[in-house]
Write a protein that binds this ligand. Structure first.
Ligand SMILES: [Zn+2]
Ligand SMILES: [Zn+2]
Length: 155
């Protein structure tokens, strides 16, 4: 039987909180649940909308603080995409990078062992010790790229 969604993440969060002598909070658990269910690339605003359906008392600041904590606990990663921060679940997910459509905001993921290998080779050549990286490639998605130019300009 598969483990229920988020069980492992809840354990990771609980152990992070106890290591840092922080209290557990019911609101934070609600936010974690909504974050994991939302899946990918949510903004603070997206998550606020989702959480507020069941919990109108939870505010933006609480969401923002919870996301920062998830980040520190290794459960979320933050992407800065053209001025807006987005968050995605990180636990048990393979490393990947992103294409971002500048027209509609769509985000596509990609993985490339060749790129990963190449950048490590280059880093080694210049004596740089890599701890992580983010590739965000901007452009237009298939749908937006196929629109006539005047329609694209009207946006
Ligand atoms: Zn697009
Ligand atoms: Zn992603």
């Amino acid at each position: 039987m598969p483990a229920p969604i988020g069980r492992e993440e809840r354990e990771v969060l609980a152990s992070y909180l106890s290591r840092h002598r922080l209290k557990r909070s019911a609101q934070r658990e609600v936010i974690l649940d909504a974050f994991l269910k939302a899946g990918r690339h949510v903004s603070v605003e997206d998550l606020l909308q989702r959480v507020r359906r069941g919990h109108p008392e939870i505010g933006r600041t609480t969401i923002y603080r919870a996301l920062s904590l998830f980040k520190e606990a290794g459960l979320a990663s933050e992407l800065l995409l053209g001025g807006e921060a987005r968050f995605e679940p990180k636990w048990n997910r393979d490393h990947h990078d992103h294409f971002v459509c500048v027209s509609c905001g769509e985000i596509l993921e990609f993985q490339s062992p060749e790129i990963e290998r190449l950048q490590l080779e280059i880093a080694e050549r210049v004596g740089f010790k890599v701890e992580g990286h983010r590739h965000t490639i901007f452009g237009r998605c298939r749908r937006c790229a196929s629109k006539p130019a005047r329609e694209a300009r009207a946006r």
